[in-house]
Design a protein around this ligand. Structure first.
Ligand code: AMP
Ligand code: ZN
Length: 301
């Protein structure tokens, strides 16, 4: 709650504006705050951080308490994110609650646009957290043991497509260290087992691996048949994420963790998603996804 008499001088540091002064201004209501400018927040004002992306209301303690502490930081009782309904940023809304399949292949810009520490932006309801929900759903689990669970990929990009996830909370490849080697080997063994069990039903071989820059949180090993015969495979990014070096073989990842103690992703990995469409079998280039799909029938039917 605001007390009627409370005002607070807030000097917005450059780091709050995220970028060159002026390009991503912070504002109080509709008034932009210039570099090193000081503004007064009054009851009812909304503090927008970075181009209206992050609207906050500020809750103050009463004046008596603030003068006792005589400490600007102490005057702010809480900064709370405005409710979804009041957010004016529709694109953030549609990212968080996609009406259709999320753009499930990552791009580096997406992660640059939003601060990683903003748990509310990527909280439990965010689409990028969906695997953590799916892995707990007994209806989606096709195998589980004390270390891992296997689920079917919700938007399979081939006739057979599973994800192997550890129960241990490891958010991404970046977090892997030598101590995870046993777990990675176990994930690989489980992935190979499930591929082996379906080898008779699949015309195509399987590959096991990780996306260099995953879009979904919680580390997951893809086990995918190489036919890529699926209506969910819709665009160049989908294709290139599984058929270029963007797809890191599970064995290479294990080797890297063993030798270097961590996974190193080459700079510019996201550029691979823009590569021209090349058949994964005969390497002949195709102009469009429909043409590529038609071409693939030659190999797998
Ligand atoms: P990536 O993070 O790029 O390695 O890929 C994430 C994979 O998770 C994609 O193949 C998606 O089709 C799949 N996926 C997205 N949401 C879900 C979900 N809620 N449950 C199961 N699989 C999902
Ligand atoms: Zn071909």
């Amino acid at each position: 709650m605001f007390s009627a008499a409370s005002t607070i001088a807030v000097r917005l540091q450059q780091r709050l504006r995220g970028g060159k002064a002026g390009t991503n201004p912070s504002s109080v209501d509709s008034v932009d705050i210039g570099k090193d400018q000081e503004v007064k927040l009054k009851p009812g004002h909304i503090l927008y951080i970075v181009n209206k992306l992050y609207p906050y209301t500020v809750e103050f303690v009463n004046e008596a308490e603030s003068s006792r502490t005589n400490n600007t930081a102490g005057i702010i009782k809480s900064l709370s994110k405005r409710s979804r309904e009041s957010s004016q940023n529709q694109s953030e809304m549609s990212n968080k609650y996609p009406r259709t399949e999320p753009d499930d292949v990552p791009n580096e810009n997406k992660s640059k646009e939003k601060p990683h520490h903003n748990s509310e932006v990527k909280g439990q309801g965010h689409w990028s957290q969906g695997l953590k929900v799916s892995m707990q759903d007994p209806n989606l689990q096709v195998f589980k043991d004390e270390k891992v669970v296997v689920i079917k990929d919700k938007y399979p990009k081939a006739r057979f497509h599973w994800l192997v996830l550890p129960w241990q909370a490891i958010s991404s490849l970046k977090m892997l260290r030598t101590e995870h080697l046993d777990l990675l080997q176990h994930m690989h063994a489980v992935g190979e087992k499930i591929a082996q069990e379906h080898s008779a039903q699949s015309n195509a071989p399987f590959r096991l691996g990780y996306h260099a820059i995953p879009s979904m949180s919680h580390i997951h090993l893809h086990v995918i048949s190489q036919d890529f015969d699926s209506s969910c495979l819709k665009n160049k990014k989908h294709w290139n994420s599984f058929t270029t070096d963007y797809f890191l073989d599970s064995k290479d990842v294990m080797d890297m963790v063993q030798l270097k103690g961590k996974v190193m992703v080459k700079d510019g990995a996201s550029e691979l998603l823009k590569s021209s469409l090349q058949c994964n079998v005969c390497k002949i280039q195709q102009a469009t996804i429909p043409q590529l799909k038609e071409h693939l029938k030659k190999h797998w039917t």
